[in-house]
Design a protein around this ligand. Structure first.
Ligand SMILES: *[C@@H]1O[C@H](CO)[C@@H](O)[C@H](O)[C@H]1NC(C)=O
Ligand SMILES: *[C@@H]1O[C@H](CO)[C@@H](O)[C@H](O)[C@H]1NC(C)=O
Ligand SMILES: *[C@@H]1O[C@H](CO)[C@@H](O)[C@H](O)[C@H]1NC(C)=O
Ligand SMILES: *[C@@H]1O[C@H](CO)[C@@H](O)[C@H](O)[C@H]1NC(C)=O
Ligand SMILES: *[C@@H]1O[C@H](CO)[C@@H](O)[C@H](O)[C@H]1NC(C)=O
Ligand SMILES: *[C@@H]1O[C@H](CO)[C@@H](O)[C@H](O)[C@H]1NC(C)=O
Ligand SMILES: *[C@@H]1O[C@H](CO)[C@@H](O)[C@H](O)[C@H]1NC(C)=O
Ligand SMILES: *[C@@H]1O[C@H](CO)[C@@H](O)[C@H](O)[C@H]1NC(C)=O
Ligand SMILES: *[C@@H]1O[C@H](CO)[C@@H](O)[C@H](O)[C@H]1NC(C)=O
Length: 577
């Protein structure tokens, strides 16, 4: 197979190859993606992901032969018309291997739906969002399992609920907020199916991939599967689910707590701790953003490129792709060093996973597992307080590992102990451990956290900004993301302090208003919003803002359930009301 388009790019950007273990299918699609960029010339509507999502109509070999046979001009590009024709002839449209599916448990007017939402406009909006499950639910076409070589999609047994727009497939951490929304909508079977799909993926890969595509199978996403299981179990109290889930969660837990995800560090008292970091098993351009990633590493030597590709893919594993949070200079993607950071939020999620497994084991009567995970959670709680917590600043900072300074463990002579330091920068993730329950009930330090958040500058009129830096990246100021807003609201609400509860309510109202007004304006739910201005949608990053949108919908439904909306309360931005 010729790699004409790719060679052109590679010649310009330095020699890089795909990681080993990449299928012929992906290599072909990435080659076509590169040819398309050369031919169509990029632009805001050029989405590299399109070219790794299109299902083949004929075999890989036949498609490759036809692609090779396309006429090239002297500079090695293919005429746009020729390429367009080729794509139409040899591929089906992206997403055509996901068939719309009406969930059996969908009721357009569910009984007892959001009884506390009484304002009629708000109710009508909530019902419209509820109705969006119809648009976002799909079944993987049987042809995918029959002819896996023609699809990058991974087959799944149950209907899937996708985020929307270019995110045509299932995503890992998105699914938690999708499930929260489905449960408000009374769609327990669909929610259970979403969990079943993710468990199947763990059985297949040993972890939940970033999303259900073969190009996502070398990295995960924030590990919230145990939270999803807990949410569903909370409604059904069905122990069969827990029995089925236990070995799956133990497998996923092993993935996150073994090297290279797990690292060892020593606190200032000389005590050693185990904590985890994000770490993608990938060191070449991401297939779904191949052409973008190539551009980022221009002019670097091969070693440095491989390292940066790894940190790019690792940022994608973190869910925060991309953010100044992972950058050495806090502004340039070329300084990403995601894999050398111990994230406060990841360890909060793992603490929660440990508590959930402990709880499930208790329900199932398995004392061995219960004891093991109670102890693991205790260790991690201690580690988080020693490594991430700042008493002075009342929040949990990421810890940056030194790439050059390390020593060997006292207990054996093989384990590396990294030197580290807290980064002291303000990110919304610094407050996720509050949500995860890292501080026990009644702990007075929670008051400090509430105060720190209040003064952080992150709490804005229309939500919680992701960071304080405007880098043009999507996980930075002024963008606010539903999942982060939801976790912080829940953390404040459950803090046990009146001030925290009040703050939670105010943030929730502002968030709901902003989502509502944006919906009135554009007729859609969006993946991210602008925290600084009610009704304004977010921007920045490597693609246009996407609509749909799974986790935003889930958070609105869940906040409406929690807080309700009185009949006579105007549902407008404060400046208009
Ligand atoms: C990516 O993951 C797949 C499936 O687990 C594996 O076969 C392949 O070798 C991995 N690729 C790399 C570069 O590790
Ligand atoms: C596809 O082509 C390769 C050589 O390019 C060959 O080894 C392989 O057998 C072919 N596969 C099929 C299914 O024809
Ligand atoms: C390649 O050549 C074609 C015409 O031969 C031209 O339209 C196109 O702009 C050129 N592309 C590049 C990247 O130089
Ligand atoms: C490549 O990166 C530069 C900045 O480093 C940017 O100006 C340019 O638009 C990028 N090109 C593409 C095709 O993404
Ligand atoms: C590659 O670049 C990095 C950083 O720019 C530098 O530290 C390293 O020595 C270079 N390696 C080679 C083999 O030139
Ligand atoms: C508890 O779970 C472990 C691991 O799955 C298993 O080996 C053990 O038999 C279980 N013990 C009981 C009492 O069920
Ligand atoms: C490392 O430890 C092992 C056993 O704990 C021992 O056999 C070995 O000699 C040690 N190596 C060094 C270099 O100390
Ligand atoms: C912070 O606290 C003050 C005093 O309680 C309050 O007036 C203000 O609204 C709070 N700010 C935020 C962002 O919650
Ligand atoms: C409900 O909210 C809408 C939209 O903000 C507002 O126009 C309407 O007046 C509210 N209903 C009542 C009864 O106040």
């Amino acid at each position: 197979m010729a790699v004409m388009g790719l060679e052109t790019l590679v010649a310009a950007c330095g020699p890089v190859g795909l990681s080993t273990g990449v299928s012929k299918l992906l290599t072909l699609l990435v080659t076509i993606q590169a040819a398309a960029l050369a031919s169509f010339g990029g632009g805001p509507n050029f989405d590299p992901k399109y070219f790794v999502d299109i299902p083949l109509r004929f075999s890989v070999n036949e498609t490759a032969r036809a692609f090779d046979a396309l006429p090239r001009s002297q500079n090695n590009t293919i005429e746009p018309r020729e390429l367009d024709q080729f794509v139409k002839e040899y591929f089906n449209p992206p997403g055509s291997d996901l068939i719309p599916s009406t969930p059996k448990d969908f009721n357009p007017n569910p009984p007892n739906f959001l009884p506390r939402v009484q304002n009629l406009s708000a109710r009508s909006w909530a019902l419209q969002i509820h109705g969006l499950w119809l648009e976002l639910t799909r079944k993987v076409s049987p042809s995918v399992a029959k002819e896996p070589n023609l699809h990058t999609l991974v087959p799944l047994s149950h209907p899937v609920v996708v985020p929307g727009a270019r995110f045509r497939e299932v995503y890992y951490w998105d699914s938690y907020w999708v499930i929260k929304g489905l449960l408000v909508s009374g769609m327990l079977d669909t929610a259970t199916g979403v969990v079943e799909n993710l468990m199947e993926l763990v059985e297949k890969y040993g972890f939940v991939p970033n999303g259900a595509r073969i190009y996502y199978e070398n990295r995960s996403q924030p590990p919230l599967l145990s939270m999803m299981i807990r949410a569903v179990y909370g409604k059904t109290h069905d122990q069969t689910l827990l029995k089925r889930a236990m070995p799956v969660l133990l497998k996923e837990y092993a993935f996150w707590t073994s090297e290279p995800h797990e690292v060892r560090v020593r606190d200032k008292y000389g005590e050693e701790h185990r904590l985890s970091r994000f770490w993608a098993n990938w060191n070449t351009p991401r297939p779904e953003s191949f052409t973008i990633d190539l551009n980022v590493t221009q002019g670097m030597n091969k070693t440095r490129q491989a390292q940066l590709y790894h940190d790019i893919a690792t940022a994608a594993e973190s869910g925060w792709d991309f953010s100044s949070r992972w950058m050495e200079d806090q502004q340039n993607l070329r300084t990403l060093r995601t894999s050398m950071i111990i994230p406060a939020d990841l360890n909060a999620y793992l603490f929660q996973m440990e508590k959930n497994i402990e709880y499930f084991a208790k329900v199932l009567g398995n004392q061995t597992i219960e004891t093991r995970f109670a102890s693991a959670a205790k260790d991690r709680q201690r580690a988080i307080q020693r490594i991430h917590w700042s008493r002075k600043k009342g929040q949990w900072f990421d810890a940056w590992l030194s790439p050059t300074r390390c020593s060997l463990s006292k207990s054996d002579n093989r384990t590396v102990i990294y030197e580290w330091k807290q980064n002291q920068l303000t990110y919304a993730s610094n407050f996720i451990p509050l949500w995860a329950g890292v501080l026990p009930k009644g702990d007075m330090r929670k008051e400090k956290v509430i105060e720190a958040l209040n003064r952080s500058g992150l709490v804005q009129p229309a939500g919680i900004a992701t960071s304080l830096r405007n880098t043009g990246q999507q996980w930075d100021f002024p963008n606010a993301w539903a999942p982060v807003v939801d976790m912080i609201i829940e953390g404040l609400d459950a803090s046990g302090f009146a001030r925290g509860k009040l703050m939670a309510k105010e943030i929730a109202r502002n968030w709901l208003r902003s989502n509502y007004v944006a919906f009135e304006q554009v007729g859609k739910m969006i993946e991210k919003y602008d925290a600084t201005s009610c009704g304004k949608i977010g921007g920045g990053g490597e693609y246009n803002p996407q609509t749909g949108f799974g986790w935003s919908n889930g958070v609105v439904l869940s906040l409406l359930q929690k807080y309700g909306w009185p009949a006579a309360e105007p549902f407008l931005c404060p400046e208009f009301s």
